[in-house]
Ligand binder design. Structure first.
Ligand code: HEC
Ligand code: HEC
Length: 312
């Protein structure tokens, strides 16, 4: 049995409410932090394999993969940090608790397998894997090991990527280039191609654009997702949600620079079948509002958001 004391012990904070002198005690939710992978029982070979697939995807499933060659050389863990266990590091805490669920992007009820294959086809610019095969079963077993204790329907605090505040201007790729040069380039390279690992089957520093990066259908191609991920996680190892290095403006601008660079395409005609459900930062029309694709890509997003909420 794995116990995560931080998540289980409720913390009470004192808050003095309104005009009353009576302090009221309100429980404050704690940010979720995942189990340590060393806690996966050795006997659970499926969850162990799932962890290895997520942390070292390229070895098994990359262009030189030992099992299949169906993805671009990146690892799931490049974006879902430390096996998807880090608060606001795109963690997997909500997956088992909230899937299957309806998603506006596909306009359908999605299983965990469908969602995992979405990331294979978009974030890893690859092909979907057999949803009944050993690899998918292993990935799902790992997600269960991580998320089984979360009550059904609950989205723990810190799951996924944080919605950081909008800035009141369009994000600026030129300013972002300056941020990139000083804070990112040493690892991700001047041409955004990252750096291959010594064995050559994958990456020590993953690519941010170019042919081996995520494609235009990936979540990170939406500026709010990329800015929110970067703000709380990059530069790598110096940064966490409680110790971010970039201002909000720098995060939005560097995201604009990265997403203005070339990357693989994808046919997206079936996405967002209900056009009015497209998020403010979805960069491809048609839209139900009158804002340009450019504004939907770089902002300012506040006016779009306001017009979306007015029309609902
Ligand atoms: C290039 C970055 C990237 C890579 C690589 C990547 N993902 Fe994702 N993934 C995302 C983003 C972005 C989201 C959406 C997060 C959000 O909007 O909060 C996401 C969401 C998910 C979700 C849904 C999470 C939830 O709480 O609803 C699952 C499951 C998932 N990814 C699994 C995988 C698996 C398995 C792999 C490897 C095969 C993978 N991802 C690789 C970026 C990536
Ligand atoms: C010290 C080296 C280093 C620096 C500096 C750095 N990164 Fe990263 N970055 C990494 C590593 C390593 C990963 C993958 C993490 C993993 O697999 O555990 C990563 C992953 C990413 C990812 C998700 C994966 C992908 O390739 O799409 C993005 C986006 C990203 N970094 C953006 C940035 C930005 C923007 C900056 C500058 C603000 C930056 N990084 C600075 C090392 C670095």
């Amino acid at each position: 049995m794995k116990i995560n004391p931080l998540y289980l012990i409720p913390v009470a904070i004192m808050a003095v409410c309104c005009n009353s002198n009576e302090p009221t005690i309100q429980p404050k939710e704690i940010t979720w932090h995942g189990w340590n992978r060393y806690q996966i029982p050795e006997t659970d070979s499926l969850a162990n394999y799932g962890y290895r697939l997520i942390s070292n995807t390229a070895y098994f499933l990359g262009p030189k993969g030992t099992v299949m060659q169906i993805s671009n050389g990146m690892n799931c863990q490049n974006c879902h940090l430390e096996g998807g266990t880090i608060p606001w590091g795109n963690n997997y805490s909500a997956v088992v608790a909230t899937y299957p669920k309806y998603r506006d992007r596909s306009g359908s009820i999605e299983s965990i397998a469908k969602r995992v294959n979405d990331c294979f086809e978009r974030s890893l610019n690859g092909k979907p894997i057999d949803s009944t095969g050993r690899e998918m079963k292993a990935i799902i077993a790992y997600l269960h090991w991580l998320g089984d204790e979360i009550p059904k329907g609950k989205k723990p605090l810190g799951s996924g990527i944080m919605d950081i505040p909008f800035i009141n201007r369009a994000a600026d790729p030129l300013n972002g280039k300056k941020v990139y040069t000083s804070q990112c380039q040493s690892c991700h390279s001047v041409d955004g191609a990252g750096q291959k690992n010594p064995e050559g089957y994958g990456y020590t520093y993953p690519p941010l654009w170019g042919p081996n990066s995520y494609n235009i259908g990936a979540g990170l191609f939406r500026l709010s997702r990329l800015a929110g991920y970067v703000k709380n996680n990059m530069p790598f190892q110096k940064t966490s949600y409680s110790n971010s290095q970039l201002s909000d403006e720098e995060a939005w601008d560097v995201a604009a620079y990265i997403n203005s660079q070339p990357r693989p395409s994808k046919e997206l005609g079936k996405d967002w079948p209900i056009v009015s459900k497209k998020p403010a930062d979805y960069p491809f029309g048609p839209y139900t509002d009158t804002f340009t694709e450019k504004q939907h890509k770089y902002g300012p997003f506040e006016p779009i958001k306001n017009s979306l909420s007015r029309s609902k």
